[in-house]
Design a binder for this molecule. Structure first.
Ligand SMILES: [Zn+2]
Length: 884
């Protein structure tokens, strides 16, 4: 009886436990359903809202909703969940295989899911090999398409991190292709291999998705001013360093773009879809872009014609679900550095898609309610239309690609320029980056084997690079060395000047005849340095013209090494040969270091090898000409602790570029302080304060006075762009701006124009992104290290700054007829001549250094970064000068 009772008791306990568990689960489920239940958007997501009605799915492949345990579109899917889902598809489907093509700065895997019919997946290597062989034959001028070769279709989603509906559409597209049943889908799978790149910028995406999920409410709030729709600075659009990855396809600064371009070039798809979001007030955009004027001269007409063919599929797809759209306006196809335009310049067809963004789950717009599921569905339907269009036009796509490579050689044969010679003597760092970039873009290059003098510029053997134009990627070569100045149109979406060569700032020459060269394998000779030095009791000298010199200086100062900089050139005897050193060259004496000669030598050898920089041991302080090494013309360079203001109002791109420049290029600490914390900063701990472009309205009078006092006491204040104007308004500087407009037909008020012409007429006065020639004073500490007085700058604003009142401090000014590459109106060109590009104003014991243009633009402005790094380290040695 007693055991019987115990048995009952135990049974009762177990039952209670099970029932309890079940009811807790049920309760939880109810909570989830209530919070995120159907009906929050007046859309029935359970009823297969996203897919066309006739699609059937295999039961063994989980849908994204089933895998995630919730409907797509009611939450923002985290990046890790996307990776997990794609892994699940690879596991469950014999149509799919997953590639990890690299890692983001923050260590997230960059994944691409390849989907095709199983027989294609099995034979991918062979298919890829045949594809390569066809392209190679086309390069030789022969076009023959194997009729059964599948097309390669790249679908890239969410490159801007806060454009998340494409990523959700990527999940649904992958599900459609892996689980979809029926003859139509089987046809799509047999005739193409799909490469689904779900999130091109996972770091920014995760920043955004975390924000939206943390701030979303149920039912959703559509007020555009609600927190959910307004991310905290700097937002999720950009990557870890606040760079726009959709401007990095050519430039190749970030691991995300490096991985992507390598992968693109490995497979060479015939088409790449590029899925974005735009502002909430719009509808949906797909190509064609504005015909004629916004099309690149380097892209074959046949590529643009294919845009019109594909547009018919997109129109039909969106017409079916009643979604509004537009084409033939706005977005630009000239600049080759977008995910939609790079393919056009590299043998593929790139297509841009832009969906109005609810920036959250729901936004009220003038055109009604814009929901997240609606945005996702538009992108999904466009992806499905791309799949169908690619298969139905497979041969045309393949023909277009082969024709592209064949015509490249025809164009090169007609081009009077047979190649570009690039000086690498003092730019080893930039050239190494450039060579890696050329490799990733599959551009051929060689080492020049002969000394040449062209237009006054020396190109030394084994110290210069030859890039022939007669090669398959002829068009990419031409955009890198872009010198175009004449355009049909005058209104541009972004920059019109594309020259990467001007950004890099190296000297180059286009030659009308080919030259004999060594092979690309000799490339190491360009940056080989010798650190097996003769013994010295005196010290070492580093020529400041070398582009790694600022990096070396930063390292030496962090190691507490005593360094001096030369205020003028000098010549010394090294191994019985006379060697000349330019302004700013560094002297590292052995005496006075507080460390042994051996330990100094070991440190310099280590740094010289790592930095690929030439360090010269010297035996005497007596110069053959110029200042002796004990002269007061050598100034001690002290460590510089730098502070960058960040936060609301500050231009995140420029702040990110400065951060990237310090951390990755200079390897030097930089403290980043948000403007709201500036009041707590003790400025005496810093020698350099950097204010990039943007709004600093949140700084109060006390804080402005603090900056003024600190500068007068010896600080170096560095400002970019419009911040110079704000500084002048606050009377912290006396920069002057040209505001008297040269009278135009319009301002005279005597002309009559049609209302509709206003957009083009006024747009023509913008400077969207154009290269100009400036003259730099190479004797000024901010101009040290330049090997020639001409310096190209990239300008993306129309702010005209007068030369300063201190006559010795106009470091760089605009030349006469300064246009190098890109569009500018005749009036703006006239305004620019003789205005300032880099200005210094001394103030008490300190100085303000004004960069009218962003000197660290997009992380590849090696040429201009030099003047910025001079400002950081040599600002301290600038002497006060009399006013005019
Ligand atoms: Zn975008």
């Amino acid at each position: 009886m007693k055991t019987e009772r115990i048995r009952w008791y135990v049974l009762l306990l177990v039952c209670t436990f099970i029932i309890g568990r079940k009811s807790t689960q049920a309760q939880q489920q109810t909570v989830v359903q209530e919070a995120h239940g159907a009906g929050i958007f007046n859309i029935d997501l359970q009823g297969n809202y996203y897919f066309p009605k006739d699609v059937e799915f295999a039961g063994n492949i989980p849908s994204p909703a089933k895998f995630l345990g919730r409907d797509i579109g009611k939450f923002h899917t985290r990046y890790e969940q996307i990776v997990q889902y794609f892994k699940e598809l690879e596991r469950k489907s014999d149509r799919a295989t997953l590639d990890t093509i690299g890692y983001s700065w923050e260590g997230r895997p960059l994944i691409v899911l390849k989907i095709s019919a199983n027989k294609n997946i099995q034979a991918l290597e062979q298919i890829s090999k045949e594809h390569d062989e066809q392209i190679d034959r086309a390069k030789g001028g022969r076009i023959d398409i194997r009729s059964d070769n599948p097309a390669f279709v790249f679908l890239g989603f969410s490159v801007h991190g806060n454009e998340s509906s494409p990523a959700e559409a990527a999940l649904l597209t992958a599900y459609y292709l892996t689980a979809g049943q029926g003859s139509a889908i089987e046809g799509y799978l047999e005739n193409a291999v799909y490469f689904i790149d779900p999130v091109r910028n996972p770091d920014g995406y995760e920043r955004y998705v975390t924000w939206v999920n943390a701030n979303s409410v149920f039912p959703p709030i559509g007020d555009p001013l609600d927190r959910e729709h307004n991310e905290a600075w700097p937002g999720g659009r950009t990557n870890h360093y606040w760079f726009d990855l959709n401007r990095d396809w050519i430039n190749q600064v970030h691991p995300e773009s490096k991985a992507r371009v390598s992968y693109f070039q490995k497979w060479l798809p015939q088409i790449q879809g590029d899925f974005h979001e735009m502002n909430a007030a719009s509808s949906f955009f797909f190509e064609p872009t504005k015909p004629g004027a916004q099309e690149s001269i380097w892209v074959p007409k046949s590529t643009y014609e294919l845009n019109n063919v594909f547009a018919q599929y997109y129109a039909a797809a969106l017409d079916t679900i009643g979604s509004l759209y537009y084409t033939k306006e706005q977005y630009d196809n000239i600049n080759p550095t977008y995910g939609s335009s790079y393919p056009d310049h590299a043998g593929s067809l790139g297509i841009l898609f832009e969906q109005a963004s609810p920036r959250g789950l729901l936004q009220h717009t003038a055109s009604g309610e814009l929901t997240y599921p609606f945005a996702i569905r538009n992108h999904l339907r466009i992806a499905l239309a791309t799949i169908r269009a690619a298969v139905e036009n497979r041969k045309e796509l393949q023909q277009n690609q082969l024709q592209f490579f064949k015509s490249a050689l025809d164009l090169a044969a007609k081009d009077p320029i047979k190649g570009y010679l690039v000086d690498a003597k003092y730019n080893k760092r930039a050239i190494e980056h450039f060579v890696e970039l050329l490799r990733r873009h599959q551009i051929e290059f060689h080492v020049n084997q002969e000394d040449r003098l062209i237009g006054g510029q020396r190109f030394e053997k084994e110290q210069s690079l030859w890039i022939p134009t007669a090669q398959a990627n002829y068009r990419l070569v031409k955009v890198i060395f872009d010198e175009e100045k004449n355009y049909i149109d005058s209104v541009f979406y972004d920059g019109s000047g594309n020259s990467l060569a001007y950004l890099y700032g190296f000297a180059y020459a286009g030659l009308r005849q080919s030259i004999a060269t060594g092979s690309a394998d000799d490339i190491e000779t360009l940056w080989k340095v010798n650190v097996n030095w003769a013994e010295t009791n005196f010290g070492y000298i580093v020529d400041w013209r070398q582009d790694a010199a600022p990096w070396l200086l930063a390292q030496l100062l962090q190691h507490n090494v005593l360094v001096k900089a030369a205020g003028s050139p000098f010549e010394v005897s090294v191994d019985k040969k006379s060697v000349s050193f330019d302004y700013g060259s560094l002297l590292i004496p052995i005496a006075g270091q507080g460390r042994t000669a051996d330990s100094l030598k070991a440190l310099l050898q280590q740094l010289g090898t790592k930095g690929k920089i030439i360090i010269v041991p010297i035996q005497t302080g007596f110069s053959l000409s110029g200042i002796d090494l004990g002269s007061n013309g050598f100034k001690i360079v002290k460590p510089q602790n730098a502070l960058l203001l960040t936060g609301q109002g500050v231009r995140a791109y420029e702040a990110g570029e400065v951060w990237y420049s310090f951390e990755r290029q200079l390897e030097h600490p930089l403290v980043r302080v948000n403007t709201e914390q500036f009041g707590q900063v003790n400025l005496d701990r810093f020698q350099v304060l950097i204010l990039v472009g943007g709004e600093y309205a949140s700084l109060n009078q006390n804080q402005l006075d603090k900056i003024r006092t600190w500068t007068r006491a010896g600080g170096t204040l560095i400002v970019f762009g419009r911040t110079g104007q704000w500084l002048a308004e606050k009377e912290l500087a006396s920069f002057k701006f040209i505001t008297d407009k040269i009278p135009t037909e319009e301002t005279k008020g005597k002309q009559r124009y049609t209302y509709a012409s206003a957009v083009n007429r006024q747009g023509a006065e913008h400077i969207g992104g154009t290269f100009f020639k400036t003259e730099v004073d190479v004797t000024h500490p901010v101009g040290y290290g330049y090997t020639r007085p001409e310096k190209a700058v990239f300008r993306n604003h129309a702010l005209f700054v007068e030369q300063g009142e201190q006559p010795y401090h106009n470091v760089a000014i605009y030349s006469k007829s300064p246009l190098l590459n890109g569009y500018v109106s005749a009036k703006n060109l006239q305004r620019l001549e003789g205005t300032a590009s880099i200005l210094v104003e001394t103030n008490g014991a300190g100085r303000t250094i004004y960069f009218v243009e962003d000197p660290v633009f997009r992380g590849v402005s090696f040429g201009n970064a030099r003047s910025f790094l001079n400002a950081v380290f040599f600002g301290q040695i600038i002497q006060r000068q009399a006013r005019r």
